[in-house]
Design a protein around this ligand. Structure first.
Ligand code: SAH
Length: 343
């Protein structure tokens, strides 16, 4: 059937009650709604023609009003090192976004984007080099997952909001996408399987906690003192290290979940033992873990990752002070898919 999908509303961006009303107006019933979402989420169909339980007129009416997929899969790159894949999508207005497929023996994580570009301009991040363009809708966020799952013929076990963009600067659409991830109809994932990484937008962290959104929160701290954080993350001008940490504590207590702090290691910048000491002090008595992320190279940026001994020394200093700390291994660095490389 020939339709111009560019003018159609993505089904996921429409409240189910409205879709149901639409179906009823066209002679359908509640079971047709279930069949539609089931086709999209379980069978990952590409278009309304693949919903055989729906009468033909209903399929046609749906197809002329809604689109199941607001994104087009353009191409993929596969890492020779670890099987990580980068997926390139194009939205209907021509904007390009990408997501990363991260297979592991016991789980399958997908790292997805929440915005086109990013307004936060962290000095070490490729996404920060691309100026902010627009928000992604909930349907565009979910579609990255649906199209990868369809391509891989596998459902993800974990979702990471760690691709391009600052998820909490797109609060409404991101929370709506999280609802589709955790609900039925939807992806039916436990909220603790969703990790959301933020540069530390304090009001939105509090709002997440108050609204009962129980995802795993990751805070890109990257420095334990304001002066340093401000040098590498302009957002620190609005929210200081203490304020960000306090918001994280609030979230952790409300959600009854440990928070993760991400700390990028930039050689000779924020990786000395004095900084490790300050970080340990800041996190004392806090149910949290630290993920150290050795800097992944971004063309044109002046940083380097510390030598392995220096990384281990930083980790040891934290461990000795009782902080639970891990070192994040880069994935897909040969295809520009490791943390901070999605530009
Ligand atoms: N905007 C969100 C998501 C960013 S991506 C945030 O700021 O948290 C996920 C993580 O990768 C963040 O902790 C981010 O700071 C980190 N990152 C960015 N650039 C990096 C680089 N070049 N090397 C390693 N990690 C990087």
């Amino acid at each position: 059937m020939q339709v111009n999908s560019g003018t159609l509303r993505p089904l996921i961006d429409v409240p189910p009650s409205e879709v149901l009303a639409f179906l009823v107006r066209h002679g359908g019933k509640a079971s047709h709604l279930k069949e539609t979402y089931g086709g999209l989420f379980q069978r990952r169909v590409l278009d309304c023609d693949d919903l055989p339980q729906l009468p033909r007129e209903l399929r046609e009416a749906l197809a002329q009003t809604y689109t199941l997929h607001p994104l087009n899969l353009r191409r993929t790159d596969r890492s020779d090192i670890d099987g990580t894949m980068r997926y390139f999508f194009r939205a209907r207005d021509g904007k390009e976004i990408s997501a990363v497929y991260l297979p592991e023996p016991k789980r399958l994580s997908l790292c997805i984007s929440s915005q086109v570009g990013c307004a936060y301009a962290c000095s070490f991040c490729a996404s920060g080099l691309v100026r902010f363009d627009r928000q992604l809708s909930a349907a565009e966020i979910i579609d990255q997952i649906l199209l990868i799952a369809r391509d891989q013929k596998r459902s993800p076990t974990n979702i990471l909001f760690m691709g391009m963009g600052e998820p909490l600067a797109n609060y409404t659409e991101v929370v709506s996408a999280i609802r589709w991830m955790t609900a039925m109809p939807g992806l039916n994932l436990g909220p603790s399987r969703i990790s959301l990484s933020t540069s530390g937008l304090v009001p939105q962290v509090i709002r997440l906690a108050d609204e009962g959104v129980r995802v795993r929160l990751a805070i890109s701290l990257h420095a334990a003192r304001d002066e340093m954080r401000l040098k590498i993350m302009p957002v620190s001008g609005r929210f200081g290290v203490r304020e960000v940490t306090q918001a994280a504590r609030y979230y952790s207590e409300k959600a009854k979940m440990a928070v993760m702090f991400e700390y990028i290691l930039l050689d000779g910048v924020n990786d000395n033992l004095a900084d490790a000491g300050l970080l340990a002090e800041l996190l004392e008595g806090f149910d949290c873990r630290v993920n150290l992320i050795p800097y992944n190279p971004v063309p044109g940026l002046p940083f380097q990752a510390p030598a392995p001994e220096r990384i281990l020394r930083f980790q040891r200093c934290l461990t000795e002070r009782g902080v639970l700390v891990f070192i994040r291994k880069p994935k897909g660095s040969d295809i520009g898919s490791a943390c901070g490389q999605l530009g």
